[in-house]
Write a protein that binds this ligand. Structure first.
Ligand SMILES: NC(=O)c1ccc[n+]([C@@H]2O[C@H](COP(=O)([O-])OP(=O)(O)OC[C@H]3O[C@@H](n4cnc5c(N)ncnc54)[C@H](O)[C@@H]3O)[C@@H](O)[C@H]2O)c1
Length: 441
């Protein structure tokens, strides 16, 4: 097969695996068979994980379709659930927020009770719990919006991939919060790359360099489990490190635009500045080279250090030209300097809203969106990068998948007195990966 055809067939594969745009695949013959075909039919919504994103996603779901009503909420903590409900009450009237006190569920295991109440569920807890919540939601026949990343370990990735197949069989809609797939600027660039405007991508640079995120300090009386659950960003079993939690967005764009997932990675990283008592075990910087079967190499940087150059964007070099996305510069340029395309974002819609607009339109029309396989494989790409920086070794996709790394305990076995998967050592520190010494983590 020549290079052009090879590229084309790779892209077709990717398109068929629902990775391309997350767009709606309509099946007209089953339109009227959708139980939600009639707009008057109420769609019952539940949210699992009532933090910042959960609250935002509920608001977007309620705006997407006038007959969506929130009927159940679940959170690990009462104060988070109450805060979310209060915020939503300022935005929507009572007719949309039909959550009886008995349908506000709190604690480990609360997800099942809330999912049971709904037609559509929003899964927005820390990502460690996502595979278990997704598995239950699909088993119960619910449509899903779930945030990225979709897991923190390999066992979780495999569960999501298996559940994604079941969602296909059951024709359930699943949107994953990798919102660049729902952002007009990225879709425009993707379509032009796919039609060959910059040729084959041979290299690229993807960045999430910022000052970092919140820290939730330990409070007197907290058990170790409560502390880790509140300060979840800094514990790998819950968060997966910031290479997953934020940088997945940019890594996912590389996979999407190149049209495949990497076969190996090597890199370096550490915790140089953000290394205090409340910073758990994650690194504050990672640099990874991802290599693809086509020969393309992507350099990936993510940094959480204040006072440094901030950059959240993606750049790719093709055989005919370059692509820039993010950071306010969305364009394709030829090597002679001509602009092939410059995106005018003036009338672009908020991609967080578009995710829900398309999800609910698809549910109503009997369509089928399923982003879960790509969500799992892009999460796995970030895990591969983490394995490379934590070990300091070259790690292949196959080795990583075969590792069967498991970080997250069964949620149904947890209480606030349980001992978490990582604990402080005798010197008062959490175990921190050491390149050259650590095993695949
Ligand atoms: N796509 C995006 O741009 C974007 C933006 C922000 C957050 N997110 C993602 O959304 C998810 C949540 O992030 P956030 O910023 O809302 O965090 P958050 O801390 O504000 O909210 C998480 C909530 O989940 C609750 N929770 C934890 N474990 C639970 C469990 N087992 N059952 C029920 N509730 C549980 C917590 O108590 C908390 O209220 C993360 O995966 C994050 O990566 C995505």
């Amino acid at each position: 097969m020549d290079k052009k055809n090879e590229n084309l067939s790779r892209r077709n594969f990717v398109r068929n695996s629902s990775m391309a745009t997350g767009g709606i695949i309509l099946a007209p013959s089953i339109l009227s068979a959708s139980p939600f075909f009639k707009k008057e039919k109420v769609l019952k919504l539940a949210v699992i994980g009532c933090g910042g994103r959960g609250t935002g996603a509920v608001s977007q779901a309620l705006k997407a379709d006038e007959n969506v009503k929130l009927v159940a909420m679940a959170d690990a903590f009462q104060d988070r659930l109450d805060g979310s409900f209060e915020n939503l009450s300022k935005m929507f009237d009572k007719n949309r927020l039909k959550v009886k006190p008995s349908k506000k569920f709190v604690g480990f295991g609360s997800y099942k009770k809330a999912i049971d109440e709904a037609d559509v569920v929003i899964l927005t807890t820390p990502p460690g719990f996502r595979p278990q919540h997704f598995e239950y939601a699909i088993a119960q026949g619910k449509h899903v919006f779930m945030e990225k990343p979709v897991a923190t370990d390999v066992v979780g990735i495999k569960k999501v991939l298996e559940t994604a197949r079941l969602a296909d069989e059951k024709k359930l809609n699943v949107v994953v919060g990798l919102q660049r797939h729902y952002q007009r600027s990225y879709r425009e660039i993707y379509n032009r790359i796919e039609q060959g405007d910059i040729g084959n991508i041979v290299s690229g640079q993807v960045y999430w360099n910022s000052g970092g995120v919140w820290v939730r300090p330990r409070k007197e009386g907290m058990t170790e489990m409560e502390y880790q659950m509140r300060n979840w960003y800094y514990f790998n079993w819950l968060c997966g490190d910031h290479i997953l939690e934020q940088h997945i967005h940019n890594i996912d764009v590389a996979n999407w635009f190149i049209g495949e997932y990497p076969i190996k990675a090597q890199g370096m990283g550490g915790r140089e500045i953000r290394n205090g008592k409340d910073h758990g075990q994650i690194f504050d910087h990672h640099f990874v080279e991802f290599e693809y079967a086509s020969g393309a190499v992507i350099s990936s940087q993510c940094r959480h250090q204040k006072g440094c150059l901030n950059r959240v964007s993606e750049t790719f070099q093709g055989t005919l030209g370059t692509s820039n996305t993010g950071g306010g510069k969305t364009r394709l340029t030829s090597y002679s300097g001509d602009k092939i395309y410059v995106h005018d974002g003036e009338n672009d819609k908020n991609p967080y809203q578009v995710e829900h607009d398309e999800l609910f339109a698809s549910i109503r029309s009997g369509g089928h969106i399923n982003n879960a396989e790509n969500g799992a494989k892009s999460t796995m790409t970030a895990i591969l990068g983490r394995m490379a920086t934590y070990t300091g070794k070259q790690v292949t996709w196959e080795e990583a998948m075969n590792s069967n790394l498991k970080l997250v305990p069964d949620e149904d076995s947890l209480t606030y007195d349980s001992i978490p998967p990582v604990v402080l050592d005798a010197s008062g520190n959490y175990p921190i990966p050491i390149p050259g010494q650590s095993k695949l983590v």
